[in-house]
Write a protein of this length. Sequence first.
Lengths: 292, 417
Amino acid sequence: MSRAIKSALALVAGLALVLAPGGSGDCGRRRINVVKNRQESPADWQTEAWFGRKLAARILGNIPLWDRPAANRYLNLVGGGLALYAPAPGAVFTFGILDSEKANAYATPGGYIFVTRGAIARMRNEAELAAVLGHEIAHVACHHMAKSLGLNRHQDSALGGMAVLAGGATGSFRQAISQGLDKGLEILLETGYRREQELEADRLGMQLAVMAGYRKDGLTNFLKRIHGFEPSASRNDKSHPVWKIRLRHLEETMDELAKAPEAGRTGEDRFHEAFASLFDSDSVDAAGRVPE
Amino acid sequence: MLLGASLNDAGWADDQHYVNVLVGNRAGTLGGAYTALADDPSGCYYNPAGIAFAPYRSFSASMNVFQRSVKTYEQALADTGGNLHDWQQESSALLPNFFGVIKNSGKGVLGLSYAVPDAINRRQRQSFHSIRSNLPGNPVENFTIDINDSDRTFLFGPSYAVRLKDNLSLGGTLYVYYRDREVVRNQLLRFEQGQHYWINYYETRQDWGLRPMLGMIWEPDEKWALGLTATKTFVTSGKLKQQTTFRDSSAAAPYVIDGITYDFSDTDTIYFSSATSHPTDDLPLRLTLGASYFASPRFLVCMDLSFNQADDGREATWNVAAGAEYYPADAIALRIGLYSDRANTPALSSKAVNQQEHIDIYGATLGLAVFSQQSSLSLGIGYAKGDGEAQIVADSLTIQDATIENLTIFLAAGYSF
């Protein structure tokens, strides 16, 4: 091969590597037979639910549930309404409030969704809560954790096809599970999902909220408020992309939805009634934090 | 020499085209436009970078092909009544054309594949009567030609691909190249005045080499994928054995060919020659650029543009292929492809002799694939036609019109796990 051709190939490869934006993944490439095959695979959902339960237990080992049964029932009512519209036929969604003043929300595979009371304290209405829950439901529906860890049967990793392997748990398998759970917890609490996964969850989450009858600007309003409360959060919190990028994508998604911004319900009264203790002026400090 | 008594060897080899057999199940029915797709085991052959985009962690595929080809040299011989006769060669082969398996390994995808990109089983058995000759008043009473050629190229070896980013992959394939050729040609001419001319030629050739391929795929967005490959075949060892048995009782006087004097004044004389050589002729570099547009999960279109570099005896050659795939139902895919297979030889000149034939071929493919959860079954059909020129008679300025028609039937299966 001549030197010129070698150089040209190296140049093309180098340019592509440098210029290629983090990307689209291979969603567009997937044909309908593959998409259907994956959506309708009970084995994958069983695998994810099995792993998700263990990961949820670890989360609860770090942050306990907020002991307010009525508030948790309300959360499940709102979340269950959204889950009806989720493209996740094999998931069983369960929602819980974590007793932490930090504002965050987490989803584990199979449908375990947590939101902190600190996040709820920064919300203004049910539409914002629905938007946050919709975002987390979307992480589950899009199998983001499963893809990151290689959980399903299409991925060749130590954890791939766990449902098949779980019956004959060996020492090396248990070690792989333990490492997988550590990695999952790291993604949820520290490193975060990949940027394109967060943007995908934003988009689908908004669509779920709108389909459930809520205003479409719930997540946008919440993110703006979070940014206002904690200006440094977008820089330090690696679990979410820079808030401006998310807001821009959310606004593009809102533009694509024909619904007017003011259309849809906010559910403000019901929200404040359910979380009255959080919004009691005596129990919320100036930054919106609830004392322990 | 007698008119029609010797074939132009240059016109009988079959190295003038680069797309002799379409390889791979999905790729074959897309006309071979697979450089930007390549996300199944046949990606090892078309673009190893593509296997990094395979939707399953393990995937195997096999394919069988039946190919029938008819090549016609029009009006090649004239009889004493002024009628012109075509020469016609047929080739048919049923062969396992591809097997490949890919599997996630480490941070990338490992592949192993076997492909037969070229397979010919050429036959010609024809007899002609009262053919004109250049012996005054002594036409050829009976001309019998019998040809049995087989020529197959095998590729087998590993591939590996990694995704450097979600939308960018690099891959390589290192094929072992093996070509096995056997040529048997027998011609007998009997003249009205009793003389005869007989030549039997036998050749075997085995080439071993390496065919590395480098490829990349880049998806600038969800709808588009671009692929690029470079490949070249290096023949590291070759063995060519040639045997010729020859008798010509029509010659009135001794004559010289290639420095050898042929004297048939003794009626029992038969000339026999045998030679062995070790040619190592590399094949030219090929660059292919492909693009795919994923219009929806049910519909895509793809296109390849390939360039084969010029080298000794071959001209630089461009080919194009295009394909489309549509899913009328979730588990059924229809595919269509168009492709060119242009000759790498120059157009024939009316002032030269012993020129290689020049036939540009254009083909179309149609395929149907049915999927279950973990397997697929595909059936395809291809048709190609080419028109051009040839010069099949040695040392003659006469040029014949030549046509090629190819019919191919594909049967393939895939299994993912």
